[in-house]
Design a protein around this ligand. Structure first.
Ligand SMILES: [Zn+2]
Length: 183
């Protein structure tokens, strides 16, 4: 097992781990970009960088379940960010992943925080975090980057954050705007 996946702090900008996990693609819009969760090593590296589990061996079935979980999060969060009713089928799927490995795979502290004990338990812990976000939304709204579609909690003053990161999408959008007004 190696942790050579290209994760760095730029992949953890959302303010919530469930959102960071949903952002494990190069971009979501205008069309889906490269999947950054493209191997068991990539998932193990993400869990390590996220501080959930270090040096864990995991198999393809865990990777499949993680990707499925991410798809459920996308469906729920895309509705939540637009203030629409949450898709109950996707929410049921999220509960399914949460309970699947909860017994034996996750430790739950007195304060309700969930710590994975196994790789599959990490899927359950992330699903629990997704359920928290869906059913007890953070005071700051879930929004998406205007350019790449990554999710984040808008903690900016005035709630006007538009970019996942000013260094990447913000600057590129500014450059594109400059080019379009200075032909
Ligand atoms: Zn972006």
């Amino acid at each position: 097992m190696s942790t050579t996946a290209p994760w760095n702090d730029d992949h953890f900008i959302a303010g919530d781990l469930a959102l960071d996990f949903a952002n494990t693609v190069y971009r979501r819009t205008p069309d889906l970009g490269r999947d950054l969760l493209d191997s068991t090593d990539a998932l193990a590296g993400w869990l390590d960088h996220a501080g959930l589990l270090s040096s864990v061996d995991l198999d393809d079935s865990t990777l499949d379940e993680a990707r499925e979980l991410r798809g459920l999060l996308w469906r729920i969060l895309d509705e939540q960010k637009d203030g629409r009713a949450l898709p109950t089928e996707a929410l049921a799927g999220l509960f399914g992943v949460a309970r699947h490995h909860l017994d034996g795979g996750v430790a739950v502290a007195a304060d309700g925080s969930a710590t994975p004990l196994t790789a599959k338990g990490a899927c359950s812990a992330l699903a629990i975090q997704g359920i928290r976000l869906a059913l007890s939304p953070h005071a700051r709204p879930v929004r998406t980057c205007d350019r790449c579609g990554w999710f984040f909690l808008d903690t900016s003053r005035g709630r006007r954050r538009r970019w996942c990161s000013m260094q990447t999408c913000g600057n590129q959008a500014k450059a594109a705007r400059y080019r379009s007004t200075h032909p």
